[in-house]
Design a protein around this ligand. Structure first.
Ligand code: SAH
Ligand code: SF4
Length: 362
């Protein structure tokens, strides 16, 4: 359903103030509403008990508090991963995944419905580009999970973020965040703002396929958000196939930009590398990758490919993953293997949405 009611989460503090003063309310009402939205994660105006009844009704009638409707959700068998598919107001669908560890609760969120980058191994790439999400649609994924966690652990104090709250956010769901730069950054500001969700920027990590001009732009932002670069291949010849954007921004350019990013921000960059059996996982390729990264303040995250139905490649078996990791480490490159969490709930980016639209999961 398409409506032109304002989505409150899309508004900056000033815009929210303009809205309520335009309704004849005092400006401090905006701060109260903001606190309900971001700190209490309220999605229903009836909860906003310190607002006059007339204003609550106006919010119900004339605004949208949450632009997301959960369509389905799944728990992984081990109970540590929970995934939700959301419908947006125009019927597009996006996913978010919560990964629960002992001390952290990391939420992976989407920035676009679909993706235009066309990486052949990726379920989101396979569906093509639908549209950019607005900042409010991005933030709403976090607030949904803040509510979800809060409802499960009502006795844990609000301040105890580790127990009750989303403690880390990764922009690694559907879409290419740097291709939706303005709205992604607006979302980061709302999430970081003390009067918003108030999560430290260092607890957020943005993953990009390698949009060089946008990485440069990101290096000049005041918020210290972490950068992850999806590498996946150590030569242009192979990366042109796995990551088609490489034809526009080849490896030398991407690495030079990463080097400049590190010099400017002094922050360690993560290079992600999805291991595909006998495609990008042999020892020579590990050596080539080590040569590219030597001397950079960086860290490599290996993840065996989570195969999608249309992917031409399969994930590397454990022994090839371990051998690749050992070789990089021996060459002095800090390397970890990311757990394939939630594989039983199609937790790879875009996979739940595809399964749902093909009628495989209901
Ligand atoms: N568009 C951004 C962020 C979203 S994808 C990017 O590409 O970086 C987040 C990460 O998941 C990327 O590293 C991407 O390559 C990886 N990914 C996508 N599909 C995958 C799959 N089926 N198995 C393993 N990793 C996958
Ligand atoms: Fe887009 Fe990232 Fe998937 Fe590539 S891996 S198609 S950039 S979401």
């Amino acid at each position: 359903m398409i409506t032109n009611k304002p989505i409150l989460l899309n508004l900056s503090p000033t815009e929210l103030e303009d809205l309520v003063t335009g309704w004849g309310e005092p400006d401090y009402r905006a701060a109260q509403i903001e606190s309900w939205l971001y700190q209490q994660a309220a999605d229903d105006a009836a909860q906003m008990t310190n607002l006059p009844q007339a204003l609550r009704q106006r919010l119900v009638d004339e605004s949208i508090l949450s632009p997301l409707t959960p369509v389905m959700s799944l728990d992984s068998a081990d109970g540590y991963t929970h995934k939700t598919l959301f419908a947006l107001p125009d019927g597009q669908e996006v996913e978010a995944v919560l990964m629960r560890y002992d001390q952290r609760q990391t939420l992976c969120i989407s920035t676009q419905a679909g993706c235009a980058m066309g990486c052949p191994f990726c379920a989101t790439g396979q569906m093509g580009f639908k549209r950019n999400l607005s900042a409010g649609e991005i933030v709403a994924q976090v607030l949904y999970y803040a509510r979800w966690l809060g409802a499960r652990q009502p006795l844990v104090r609000q301040l105890d973020r580790a127990g009750k709250q989303v403690t880390n956010i990764v922009f690694m769901g559907m879409g290419e965040p740097l291709a939706n730069y303005a709205e992604t950054w607006r979302a980061i500001r709302r999430l970081n703002d003390p009067s918003g969700f108030n999560l430290g920027a260092r607890r957020m990590t943005l993953s990009t396929v390698g949009l060089v001009p946008a990485i440069r732009r990101m290096s000049r932002e005041p918020e210290q958000v972490g950068l992850a670069v999806s590498m996946h291949a150590p030569t242009d010849e192979l990366r042109n196939i796995i990551v088609p954007l490489n034809r526009r921004y080849p490896l030398a350019m991407l690495l030079q930009t990463s080097r400049e990013y590190i010099e400017r921000t002094h922050r360690r960059v993560t290079f992600e590398y999805a291991l595909m059996d006998h495609l990008n996982d042999n020892p020579t390729q590990a050596d080539q990758l080590a040569d590219l990264l030597r001397g950079l303040l960086c860290h490599v995250n290996l993840i065996p490919l989570n195969p999608t139905p249309d992917s031409p490649w399969s994930g590397s078996p454990d022994e090839r993953v371990a051998a690749f990791r050992d070789r990089l480490q021996a060459a002095g490159i800090p390397t970890t293997v990311r757990l394939r969490r939630g594989i039983d709930i199609a937790a790879g980016c875009g996979q739940l949405r595809n399964a749902h639209s093909q009628g495989k999961v209901v």
